[in-house]
Design a protein around this ligand. Structure first.
Ligand code: NAD
Length: 390
């Protein structure tokens, strides 16, 4: 169980680019990072509008001289200080991730970046090489994959409690973009423009969460082929999609089906996962994250509850609240940030043995998400054709 006791040598000096007053995801970063005292927020370039960013920064307790107007000023200003920032989180629109990550790594700073990580696998490979050369960590914030029941699912698969995996069924949908984009805010505008969002809209925005979670639960399964059918129900969003279906063939013969949509009218947003094996199935949704449905063929359905002693040790190790209380998205983010802090701490100490056995969403997790997107787009652009996964 995680109880806030310090598990690294000392708190990391932490800064943010983006995630300011108008940003949707910034607060999730701060509640995740600051939960266990592993990160101390010392600086930020929080906003595209410098003054608003400065005002915001001081109101969340950052000293005025360390609220910068631009990420390049942050890097230069912090480099001049003895107690300069060590790790920077990037919570800005997709098209900025690559250049900000590259600049931070070149300046010797660890990076925690939003998904989808970059636009291309080539960019991911280049950044992975740079991080390796600089001996730095790149973490990626797939928010819900720190939840203890996600790690319960992974442990059950590892213990062969499901048997051979046959079916992978995943859905992440909401209805918030069901209408057209007239009068849409900035967050919708950049998400629906290929120049700022990258090659996809909902596939990258929410589909990468599904894909990474399935990799955590089923690390031994690799996709051999996939077929992606994508569509913009609101035509101004084309060539980007607001709806997509992906079929996947895995190397053990399993079949996968994934649905992402932001035009699922009336739906308030939920991710749902069902992993079906030859003996049993498990099902989990963030709409009821405390509960995991476990169905063994021929037996009554069981509902497993987070924090209970009958769960696997991997799940209990990731639990914060205990069984009587709800465990949700904020707790999951705190785990992701803690695991990345432990990776950074190990890197600083040169503890490669720890890093080899330590789970956290790193550059590979970000890269695999971008690889999956590239394959989806290749298939969709070929008229929803089956393509070999490359
Ligand atoms: P948003 O449009 O709501 O906010 C972006 C913020 O970044 C704004 O405050 C803007 O002023 C600021 N900004 C833009 N360019 C900047 C720059 N160069 N320097 C400093 N600040 C800059 O976007 P959002 O929804 O918060 O998404 C940001 C990123 O987070 C995206 O990559 C998105 O995919 C990702 N995201 C991830 C999750 C998750 O669960 N992990 C959830 C939401 C968004």
């Amino acid at each position: 169980m995680i109880n806030g006791e310090r598990s690294i040598e000392r708190p990391l000096r932490w800064g943010m680019v983006g995630g300011g007053r108008t940003g949707q995801v910034g607060y999730k970063h701060r509640t995740g990072a600051q939960r266990d005292g592993t990160y101390r927020l010392v600086c930020g370039a929080f906003d595209l509008e410098a003054e608003r960013g400065r005002d915001f920064g001081t109101k969340i307790g950052v000293s005025a001289d360390r609220c910068y107007g631009h990420y390049k000023e942050l890097i230069a200003g912090e480099a001049r200080r003895e107690d300069g920032v060590e790790v920077v989180s990037i919570a800005t629109p997709n098209f900025t991730h690559y250049e900000i990550t590259k600049s931070c790594l070149e300046a010797g700073l660890h990076v925690i970046c939003e998904k989808p990580l970059f636009f291309t696998v080539t960019e991911c490979d280049e950044i992975a090489k740079l991080a390796e050369e600089k001996n730095l960590i790149v973490g990626v914030t797939y928010g819900f994959t720190g939840h203890p029941l996600v790690h319960q699912m992974a442990a059950m698969v590892k213990k062969d409690m499901l048997g051979e995996i046959r079916i992978v069924d995943m859905q992440y949908t909401h209805g918030f973009n069901s209408g057209d984009d007239a009068g849409a805010g900035e967050a919708v505008k950049w998400r629906t423009n290929p120049k700022t969002a990258g090659p996809t809209f909902v596939l990258g925005d929410i589909g990468t969460h599904l894909y990474y979670l399935s990799e955590v639960v089923l690390p031994h399964l690799k996709i051999e082929k996939l077929l992606c059918d994508r569509k913009a129900f609101i035509p101004t969003r084309a060539p980007l999609e607001d709806h997509a279906t992906v079929l996947m063939h895995y190397d053990n013969g399993a079949r996968g089906r994934l649905w992402v949509s932001s035009v699922n009218a009336g739906n308030m947003g939920s991710q749902r996962y069902r992993f079906v094996g030859s003996k049993a199935s498990i099902e989990w949704s963030d709409a009821q994250p405390d509960q995991l449905i476990y169905e063994v063929q021929g037996e009554p359905t069981r509902t497993l509850h987070h924090g209970m002693p009958y769960l696997e040790e991997e799940s209990l190790a990731a639990d914060r609240m205990g069984a009587l209380h709800t465990e949700g998205l904020g707790d999951s983010w705190a785990n992701i940030y803690l695991w990345i802090a432990q990776a950074i701490d190990a890197k600083r100490r040169g503890d490669e043995a720890f890093l080899r056995s330590h789970h956290y969403p790193g550059i590979e997790a970000g890269t695999e998400g971008v690889r999956w997107l590239e394959n989806c787009v290749r298939s969709a652009d070929a008229g929803a054709a089956w393509v070999d996964f490359k």
